[in-house]
Ligand binder design. Structure first.
Ligand code: SPD
Length: 425
């Protein structure tokens, strides 16, 4: 060979967008292409970015293969760099073209480290080698695959061992990843919804705060909440005669029943009335004053949940609440979603009244920034701190072995950092 290495810079156009957004498919294709080209894989690391795109590298004993994809353009850029003459990079090029279903591929080859321009130095190679690594023999192959939720400034990454569920429903992309740190993780359109290891924070806080404040809640309505965690927590309370849950997407329910069964554990409870339909329509058709508690357990305000963040919708929720009724919503992250956060509190106050709306916080590691907020809006007098009974709350938390909610947290959650209080003042 006239050079130390061969570097192929590749462009793939008109590829399948689905494939270019599938981190597991890309990882397998890149590794397969490396092996078929004759390379020995040492390590690979791949990230999926929300909403679209995958980046990754396969480190081979003979150098590396790297990729970045733009599913929205059906385009992938790939670098294949090999040293020595045992690996043919063009084999990898051809395999990847087929795997990505590229309509068109082009590549240029550069010879790297032209031997005619290099002069080998005379040195004692043994002295430069780390003795331990030379004794180890063949390299140990490792693998890193990451799910990443990001906006243009912040990202949260979770390492995983693959996808357990991957379905494009009529409403959104429903996926379950097997993460190494947080157990099985549900994402919708690339955004984290809930994970087995930290779900209890969200579900305990969205349910027990209103239930243990209201004098005697008998009927609750959950809008969204298809994973089942909110229904599971509500149904711990004997006071409820009925919990109605209206989830628009049956694929979310299916995914969670199959892969997050600890969260989706209340679907067979006879007090649960599960309706697969549009929550906005359900609320519009519901009778005045028919619910004591309404919980809006929605996704973020993009895609199917957009209509759950509107004045019209909250006015309808107000109408269907009983006189002492309480509405709880997940109200996003004050730091991450500041604009929405500020706006929705103005809307709640314009409907329920200035002093009837309160914000409380909880710490959820898998949500952007970790700081998550919930809104508490009361139609009647039920005040979240004055009207709750600490002894009852303590006994309840103990009886059910709750992991986050307790009588202290109930009160402390309403103490807001100054910057948050100011945002909604
Ligand atoms: N960005 C995360 C917002 C998720 C809110 N809903 C989660 C559903 C859990 N039942």
């Amino acid at each position: 060979m006239a050079s130390l290495g061969r570097h192929i810079i590749v462009e793939y156009y008109n590829c399948s967008s689905e494939i270019l957004n599938d981190v597991v498919h890309i990882e397998k294709s890149m590794e397969g292409a490396a092996e078929d080209a004759g390379a020995t894989i040492i390590n690979s690391t791949f990230h999926h970015f929300s909403p679209y795109g995958v980046s990754g590298v396969v480190v081979i004993q003979e150098s590396h293969l790297a990729i970045h994809t733009w599913p929205e353009y059906g385009y992938a850029s790939v670098d294949i760099f090999t040293c020595g003459d045992t690996v043919n990079p063009w084999v990898a090029y051809q395999i990847l073209k087929e795997k990505f279903e590229a309509g068109h591929g082009s590549a240029v080859e550069l010879l790297r480290g032209e031997k005619a321009l290099l002069k080998e130095r005379d040195f004692d190679i043994k002295a430069m080698r780390d003795e331990k690594s030379s004794e180890e023999g063949s390299p140990i192959r490792t693998r890193d695959v990451w799910f990443t939720e990001r906006d243009d400034k912040i990202a949260l990454s979770l390492k995983h061992d693959g996808k357990l569920y991957d379905v494009q429903s009529d409403f959104q992309k429903v996926e379950v990843y097997k993460t190494q740190a947080y157990g099985n993780l549900l994402t919708l359109d690339g955004m984290v919804m809930t994970s087995e290891k930290d779900e209890y924070v969200y579900h305990e806080m969205i349910t027990h705060i209103p239930t243990l404040t209201h004098p005697k809640p008998k009927r609750a309505l959950v809008i969204g909440g298809g994973d089942g965690g909110t229904a599971r927590e509500l149904l711990r309370h004997d006071s409820y005669d009925e919990v109605v849950m209206v989830e628009i997407d049956d694929k979310v329910i299916e995914a969670c029943k199959e892969h997050l069964p600890g969260i989706a554990s209340a679907f067979d409870n006879p007090k649960l009335n599960l309706i697969v339909d549009d929550g906005i329509k359900y609320v519009k058709d519901a009778a005045d004053g028919s619910f004591d508690i309404v919980i809006v357990d929605s996704t973020d305000p993009v895609g199917p949940a957009e209509g759950l963040f509107t004045v019209e919708f909250y006015k309808e929720v107000y109408r269907i609440l009983s006189d002492d009724g309480i509405m709880i919503t997940q109200s996003e992250s004050p730091r991450f979603n500041s604009k929405v956060f500020k706006e929705i509190y103005q809307v709640y106050r314009s409907i329920f009244g200035q002093d009837q709306v309160h914000c409380y916080l909880a710490y959820i590691p898998t949500y952007p920034t970790g700081m998550w907020s919930f809104s508490y809006s009361s139609k009647g007098k039920a005040h979240p701190l004055k009207d709750f009974n600490a002894e009852e709350s303590k006994a309840f938390a103990k009886k059910h072995g709750l992991k986050y909610y307790n009588e202290g947290i109930h009160q402390a959650a309403f103490a807001l950092p100054s910057f948050v209080a100011e945002m909604i003042s």
